[in-house]
Write a protein that binds this ligand. Structure first.
Ligand SMILES: *Cc1c(COP(=O)(O)O)cnc(C)c1O
Ligand SMILES: [Zn+2]
Length: 434
């Protein structure tokens, strides 16, 4: 049995008090553990919110670094020298043209397609996990990944000088594999889906003593996602939105945006108000959407079959908690087809100039579906979370976008090509009209 925590033994810089079981409330020391020994529930980081309330203000946050580390007191690390590669504080842009297309008035895009250093929101969770891994004395870090997590772990481990070995399903997109290999970690491509990769990694974590960011370090890792809540609140002028739409893989990101908002309310940084939480999944891997639709309080695992590989988790660890949050906030969880996901990627690109990957396409397609079903009020301040970059999943849209017009280096060749393309545009319009 693990001993109770002794906060007085740790550095005064730490505002977290230990780990706590989400199910039975049992408390543990903040080590590299993630499952409750008593009930097998997931462990979560607990904080001293009275200390935080005294310690943190809007001004102190704004005076902090231009990265997620401006929220360091809310993150589970003791050091004041975290691994800071400029992760976070990505743009929150008002999406006027997309809003008009959808029939909304106040739509914002939180754009983690340009998060640093590897262009997905995973850089947030990995920056936190590896900072904690270093504090806990790990020299080798690892992960079970659907692609983006491997990119982040390999890149940030390289920056921090940690040894790195990552595990991915062998059928990932070329851009995701290349975006890991460039940092020279050891890459294990496993013949199997993500859930099989994850099971293998649990065994390796037990036998090799490595820090797996999303297994034995998961309680610390997942706290990094709270920064997606903090930043939106700060960037909206220290206010919460009315409605958020975010993609669901394990469901962790979704539940941590919720925790982030709650914490800001609790320490008095924003005013309390109801925020509706809506989640997005791909139909080919939608165990959380199915549980929500059927009003179940348990997840039935599925075998993933979708182009949205970065969110294709068939047995989502935080699925049940995501369903609870959607229910109690009067939100929703929806799924969309691969064809709708491609349309979503194109719609965001054409209206806002943001090229997202399949997870972002899923979010935009679900946003559209929710508006059409009357589940988002046009007057609601709505934030859609775009979590990854389109350059990493190019094969998903291959054959669904136009082609360049190849011409000779001569003016008349250009003029003829331009005329041809205008004619094609007119033809397309006529087809739309009939
Ligand atoms: C991992 C991932 C998510 C969702 O992650 P959770 O497991 O639900 O926290 C969303 N979008 C992208 C691009 C991802 O890589
Ligand atoms: Zn427990």
């Amino acid at each position: 049995m693990t001993q109770a925590t002794h906060p007085q033994l740790r550095s005064t810089a730490a505002t977290f008090t230990g780990l706590k079981c989400k199910e039975c409330g049992a408390e543990y020391e903040p080590k590299a553990i993630h499952v409750c020994e008593l009930c097998f529930g997931p462990l979560e980081v607990a904080y001293d919110y009275n200390a935080l309330r005294r310690m943190v203000s809007r001004e102190s946050i704004q005076a902090g670094p231009h990265s997620i580390w401006r929220y360091r007191p809310f993150l589970p690390v003791e050091t004041d020298q975290p691994i800071d590669v400029g992760t976070g504080l990505t743009p929150l842009v008002q999406a006027h043209r997309l809003a008009r297309r959808l029939g909304l008035k106040k739509l914002w895009i939180k754009n983690d397609a340009v998060n640093m250093p590897t262009l997905s929101f995973k850089d947030r969770v990995v920056s936190v996990a590896l900072t904690r891994a270093r504090e806990l004395g790990f020299s080798t870090v690892s992960c079970a990944s659907t692609g983006n997590l491997a990119n982040s772990t390999a890149a940030i481990a390289a920056h921090a000088g940690l040894d790195c070995c990552v595990f991915i399903p062998s059928d990932l997109e070329a851009g995701k594999v290349l975006g890991t290999l460039i940092y020279s970690p050891t890459v294990m491509a496993v013949h199997g889906n993500y859930d099989q990769v994850n099971r293998l990694c649990s065994e390796v974590a037990n036998t090799h003593g490595w820090g797996f960011v999303n297994i034995n370090l998961r309680p610390y890792y997942s706290e990094g996602s709270k920064t997606l809540g903090y930043e939106v609140a700060e960037q909206l002028g220290w206010q919460l939105p009315d409605h958020i739409v975010a993609p669901l893989a394990s469901g962790s990101l979704f539940t941590k945006i919720y925790k982030g908002f709650q914490e800001f309310i609790q320490v008095g940084l924003v005013e309390d108000k109801p925020v509706r939480f809506s989640g997005a999944q791909a139909e080919g891997c939608s165990p959380i959407a199915q549980a929500y639709r059927e009003g179940r309080d348990f997840i039935v695992p599925v075998k993933p079959n979708t182009i949205a590989k970065s969110i294709a988790i068939g047995n989502p660890a935080d699925g049940v908690y995501a369903v609870e949050i959607a229910q109690k906030t009067n939100g929703s969880i929806e799924s969309v087809t691969d064809a709708e996901i491609i349309e979503g990627i194109k719609l965001l690109a054409e209206t806002e100039g943001i090229f997202t990957e399949t997870a972002g396409g899923t979010t935009i397609a679900v946003l559209k579906k929710l508006v059409e079903a009357g589940k988002i009020d046009p007057e609601e301040t709505t934030v859609a979370y775009i979590t990854g970059n389109g350059l990493k999943t190019q094969e998903a849209i291959q054959g669904y976008i136009g082609e360049p017009l190849t011409i000779e280096p001569k003016l008349d060749s250009f003029e003829r090509a331009l005329e041809r393309s205008r004619m094609l545009d007119r033809l397309e319009w006529q087809q739309v009209l009939v």
